[in-house]
Each structure stands twice: as C-alpha cells, then as structure tokens.
Design a protein around this ligand. Structure first.
Ligand code: LMR
Length: 328
C-alpha cells in the first residue's frame, strides 16, 4: 500500500486502488455512504486508511469506497458477512435486523449532546454493545460520532403540528418510524443516496439528519429551511465480520486496533466542530436555519418522548436509565 492514494472514487478506480495493494497484504475494503470532505465519517475513514497504509505497509492495505459507490447501508452488512467488504460504518439506526439494542440511540431527546453519547459509549454498558452481534457474525470495533440531528421540510417547522401529514424520509429504524408517527407525519424508510432526489421531486417532504449530511448531500437546497432541533443522535458503528477479525494474525489485529483507537479519539473529539462548520456553510450559502425557543422545543419533546415507552421493554429500562445518567 505504498501508494497512499487509496480512497477510491469510481468502480474502476477502486479496482486500480486494489491493484495498489501488494501481494501478501491483508486487503481491507471500507465501504461507506457519505462524502469525504468536511464530513466526520468521511474524514475519519480516510485518516484511518492513510495511517493503515503508511504504518502497516507490507502487512495490510485499506481501500475506502465512499458515497455509496460500492454498497448502500442496507446491503453492506450482508456483503460483509460473505467477505466482499471488511469494514463499514453504518449509522447505529441501521442494525435493526441484527440487534434491537441499538434502538437506544434513536430514542428522541435521550442524549442532550454528543458528549453525553460519548460518555455512554465509553461506559461498560456502551462497550458491551460492541459485542452484541457476535452471534450473527458482526463485531463492532469502534463508535464514531457524527452528531445531533436537525429537521427540515418543504415548509417551516417550528412546532410539532407543522410536521403533521408531511412525508419524512427516515433511516431503516422502527424507532424513527414511531417518532414521526407520533408527530402525525408519514415516515418512509429510504437509502441515503436516494434522499436528495426524493426531496427534490416531492416523493418526500422532509427529512432529519446532521448538519454535515444536510450540507454534504445538499438537502438544504431542496427544502424550505432547516430547524435546529437537536432531537436525536446520528452516530456510527465501525463494524467488521468476526470471521475476518478473528482470522487476522495477532500482530496485525493489535496494530489495526491501536490505529483505529487513535483515529477514533482524534476524530470523535472534532465531530461537533465539523458539524458546526457545515451549519455555517448552509447559512453562508443563504439558506434559512431556524432555531427554537424554549417553549417550542418543549412542545417537540412532549410530542416525541412518548415513543420511549413503545420500545422500553425491548431496550431495557435499566439501559435507558444508565444512558440518561451520562447527561451532564
Ligand atoms: C443516513 O442514512 O441518513 C445516514 O445514516 C447516512 C450516514 O452514513 O451518515
């Protein structure tokens, strides 16, 4: 992997990048769905590849496939189980068919900010979640932050009633479905790569995502404006297959895990700043970002928090209480 330019932009470039791996190197294809520039995940994945390719030259070679060019998130985990891809970082909302435990991260207004999420993920309870899909062949090796979600639609959203009757694109999560149903809205599960087109053509009216995704996918261009709701978290699980991970030589696995831990710490501490930069870029481009006053925000909390009760049994009241304890 001496040729460090291993972030692939096209299928053909991907094949060339793979050729850049040397014989005898463990090839690690990292597939993800976001852009690479000014994006918490895009930056982290590229940094990880850069370091693996520099520091593990001769032993391992990582190729990053961003922008859904290799797989959508609904396909990537199956691809991983058959060995077509070795690493990915889907959002925690996309593991529904493998575990119900991650539903905790989708409960609206549970975590007050990314720092609270970070504290929970680093707790014993949080770390145990990394192993929750071992029996299904998947292993979490790190949590990566994106940030808090915001809402947007083709009309201003200031109160929960404003969302009533609107169609919202959601990630493939039953909690998120319930969240929009609680608003009297119509949720629709859809792949990330299709959202811009769906907003543009009116297949859906609105969406929820982080500033980096709203900016990176240009959702703001086809919405009336965005509302700073900070109503939930969008974070990632860096995931691999147990078969791949357990099959690595001890030395290779340890070095890879060490580099991953360092990249995770470095980039997670910068994720909030990256999202703020994206928010600023939306404002600078002349698009509206609405903020909520305390009363408006309280109305969203009242409308959405009842969703917790629908999922509390599956997630566990204890785990919810534990997670809440990490709010400042
Ligand atoms: C989404 O589908 O909206 C996000 O999970 C995309 C991502 O990877 O941030």
């Amino acid at each position: 992997a001496a040729a460090a330019a291993v972030s692939a932009f096209l299928g053909a470039a991907g094949a060339q990048a793979q050729d850049a791996c040397q014989d005898g190197e463990v090839v690690i294809k990292f597939s993800h769905v976001t852009n690479t520039d000014k994006h918490p995940k895009g930056i982290a994945a590229n940094l990880l590849a850069e370091r693996v390719n520099a520091e593990m030259d001769g032993k391992a070679c990582m190729i990053v496939y961003p922008n859904s060019q290799l797989y959508n998130d609904d396909k990537v985990l199956e691809a991983m189980l058959i060995g077509d891809v070795q690493m990915a970082a889907p959002s925690l909302s996309k593991f529904e068919t493998f575990t119900k435990k991650f539903r905790i991260f989708d409960l609206p207004f549970l975590f007050e900010d990314v720092n609270a999420v970070d504290r929970f993920q680093n707790s014993e309870d949080g770390q145990a979640l990394l192993n929750s899909m071992r029996k299904k062949g998947l292993l979490g090796v790190a949590f990566w932050h994106n940030g808090m979600k915001q809402m947007s639609a083709n009309k201003p959203l200031l109160l929960p009633e404003d969302a009533k009757g609107l169609k919202f694109r959601i990630q493939a999560s039953d909690v998120l479905q319930a969240q929009f149903e609680a608003l009297g809205a119509v949720p629709q599960k859809m792949a990330f790569s299709e959202v811009y087109g769906a907003l543009q053509t009116g297949v859906v009216d609105g969406q929820e995502n982080t500033w980096s995704n709203i900016y990176g996918q240009k959702f703001f261009e086809v919405q009336d404006g965005s509302t700073e709701t900070n109503h939930g978290i969008l974070d990632y699980l860096v995931v691999t297959s147990t078969e791949f991970w357990d099959g690595l030589d001890d030395g290779v696995r340890d070095q890879l895990a060490q580099i991953l831990a360092e990249v995770t710490a470095e980039r997670n501490s910068a994720s909030t700043a990256v999202n703020e930069q994206n928010r600023d870029l939306i404002v600078q481009a002349g698009y509206v970002v609405r903020t909520l006053n305390a009363e408006q925000r309280a109305a969203w909390v009242t409308a959405m928090k009842p969703v917790w009760a629908q999922f509390a049994d599956g997630i566990g009241e204890d785990l919810i209480a534990a997670a809440q304890s990490y709010n400042a």
